[in-house]
Design a protein around this ligand. Structure first.
Ligand code: NI
Length: 396
């Protein structure tokens, strides 16, 4: 029986895992039941497991039956979002106010299925596979915790996937290079001199200085970064003053920065510092700037994307492969693994005939095509065989 036939035979079980996880969603670092389910299944299939330190999440290790040098890590994030589900599905969330609105239930079921299938094909596998069931992607901190627990020890490369409503269910979306943006945040505290609103000449108005800083920040993307290099600088939070007739002492603004390259990421942080410092200074105020570096951009290694693409076309046919034209300006802590080892990140198509499957991620109504699960499993298993140099013939 071929891999595709075997996955088809077992897909009801994998969809069952997805629905069970979907019905019982858990927030970042609270995925206790989800972790228990994953751990139990991995053990049942003879896969060695190790905990994610004291935290939720689990690492599985499968050694192939044939000699092989390579170790491939496969990662799924397992956490849900603080969203109240409104899909009306019969297996909708039973945990009020928590929902798998980002499709991490699909990721978890897909990686579970991959583990099951690879354990069945163990005899033909020349190499080692590590399964990273990572907690807390949405809240951040999950990838770091996994790396502290040795998730990348001995690993040569890593693959990850995410659901994507812009790609039809049953297809895999790939792109070489930038896939997702970096995400950093900044806080600028402008300090002036407070006083009576009728006597601005005796004050230094931090609100006017802050307003100028916000306007000047618009020139970072329009005048400093190349038009061919996407970047976003958004001020999303502004606080100053309490009443109309007092000039306050302080104005605080906070924002987010998204870029698609490490160089632009670093440069933009510098531009923000310069603009805030000198604009405030020029108006007699002072700006204290805090830039919090979040996650770098997700940049897929070209050679690894080729391996994934070849596995898809070889096992599922060329029509299952979609070339993604543009990256997303969203972010993903998968990028942190990619700082350590080369990686590729691909999309699991999840749209179908239902209008709500075409909406955006994180929406309470988004529906996901479960076709993504068997297609994702075949893609992961085939990619592992290609990357370890195992005999692809064993899968056909
Ligand atoms: Ni997500």
């Amino acid at each position: 029986m071929s891999l595709v036939e075997r996955v088809r035979e077992l897909q009801g079980e994998f969809i069952g895992f997805r629905r069970q996880i979907h019905q019982n969603p858990e927030l970042g670092f609270q995925e206790f039941e989800t972790t228990k389910l994953i751990e139990g299944k991995l053990k049942e299939w003879g896969i060695e497991t190790s905990p994610n330190g004291e935290k939720t999440g689990v690492i599985g290790t499968l050694r192939g039956g044939k000699p092989g040098e390579k170790t491939i890590a496969l990662r799924a994030d397992i956490d849900a979002l603080p969203v109240t589900e409104a899909t009306g599905l019969e297996f909708a969330s039973r945990n009020k106010g928590v929902c798998h609105a980002c499709g991490h239930d699909i990721h978890t079921a897909t990686l579970l299925g991959t583990a099951r299938l690879l354990s069945e094909y163990r005899g033909a596998l020349a190499g080692t596979v590590k399964f990273l069931f990572q907690p807390a992607e949405e809240t951040l901190g999950g990838a770091e915790s996994m790396m502290e627990s040795g998730a990348l020890e001995g690993v040569d490369c890593i693959l990850g996937a995410h659901t994507w409503p812009d790609v039809p269910g049953g297809c895999i979306g790939v792109r070489k290079g930038a896939m997702m943006a970096s995400s950093d945040s900044f806080k600028i505290t402008v300090t002036g001199k407070g006083g009576h609103a009728a006597h601005p000449d005796r004050c230094i108005d931090p609100i006017v200085a802050g307003a100028h800083i916000i306007t000047q920040l618009q020139t970072v993307v329009s005048r400093r970064v190349a038009p061919t290099d996407p970047a976003v600088v958004t001020v999303g939070h502004l606080t100053a003053g309490r009443v109309n007739n007092v000039i306050p002492t302080e104005c605080v603004l906070e924002g987010t920065v998204r870029t698609l390259s490490p160089e632009t990421r670093k440069a933009v942080a510098g531009y923000i510092r310069d603009i805030a410092t000198h604009t405030a200074e020029g108006m007699g105020a002072r700006a204290d700037i805090e830039v919090r570096m979040g996650v770098p951009p997700v940049i897929s290694d070209g050679g690894l994307v080729d391996a994934v693409s070849e596995a898809v076309t070889e096992l599922l046919g060329p029509r299952a492969l979609v070339q993604l034209m543009a990256p997303s300006m969203g972010s993903e802590d998968f990028a942190l693994y990619m700082e350590r080892v080369p990686g590729a990140y691909f999309r699991l198509g999840t749209s179908d005939e239902r209008p709500d499957s075409h909406g955006g991620l994180h929406s309470p109504k988004t529906l996901f095509s479960e076709k993504a699960i068997p297609i994702g499993i075949v893609t992961f298993v085939g990619s592992v065989f290609r990357l370890t140099g195992s005999d692809m013939g064993a899968l056909k």
